[in-house]
Design a protein around this ligand. Structure first.
Ligand code: GAR
Length: 185
């Protein structure tokens, strides 16, 4: 059975969608480890509820990004991870992690890339007056939200309520992430 690692910084609704799909056998894999860079984030309790091993770290406890990424790589190797899924992991992947797992790391982003990269994609899109929003899943490279696109799904919305766009978008994210992981495996 294939092993997934999910990286998250926040609530972890995408983590939960992936973990649940694995438990139900919809994805023929298991989430072997959850990695979180925000002590106290909601995703940590979700991992506990699913009995999934987690590694929580604070970047400030390490002298450099390379140092904590080395620890993460050791954990991924030890857990024999096949695919790394970034799910709201709000940190740019560095050279150490890319060097070891490049080509096996994917990310989900709440815009139709290459438009609106970065942390506030939905808010930027609303500011711009966008009428067609969307979700992108892409390979992770050294650029911010810039790697080759794997899957996209669009939806129309004519308004300015960012919470509503997030709500609509997240429902799509949960399905699209599960479908995409299935295909890639
Ligand atoms: C998701 O909507 C994801 O697209 C976004 O963070 C959210 C995490 O939600 N990611 C980015 O903005 C990456 N640039 P979750 O913690 O409930 O899965």
């Amino acid at each position: 059975m294939k092993h997934l690692a999910v990286f998250a910084s926040g609530e972890g609704s995408n983590f939960e969608a992936i973990a649940t799909a694995c438990e139900r056998g919809e994805i023929d894999a298991r989430v072997a480890v959850m990695i979180c860079d925000k002590p106290g984030a909601g995703v940590i309790a979700r991992a506990e509820r699913h009995g999934i091993k987690s590694f929580v770290f604070s970047a400030r406890d390490y002298a450099s990004k390379a140092d904590y990424e080395r620890e993460i790589v050791a954990l991924l190797d030890e857990t024999k991870v096949d695919l790394v899924c970034l799910a709201g992991y709000m940190r740019i992947v560095g050279d150490v992690l890319l060097g070891a797992y490049g080509g096996r790391i994917i990310n989900i982003h709440p815009s139709l890339l290459p438009a609106f990269r970065g942390a506030h994609a939905v808010e930027q899109a609303i500011e711009y007056g966008v009428k067609v929003f969307g979700i992108t899943i892409h390979w992770v490279d050294a650029t911010l939200d810039g790697g080759k696109i794997i899957a996209q799904r669009a939806f129309e919305y004519d308004g300015t309520d960012a919470d509503e766009v997030h709500r609509i978008g997240q429902k799509i994210e949960h399905k699209l992430y599960v479908e995409t992981i299935k295909k890639l495996l």
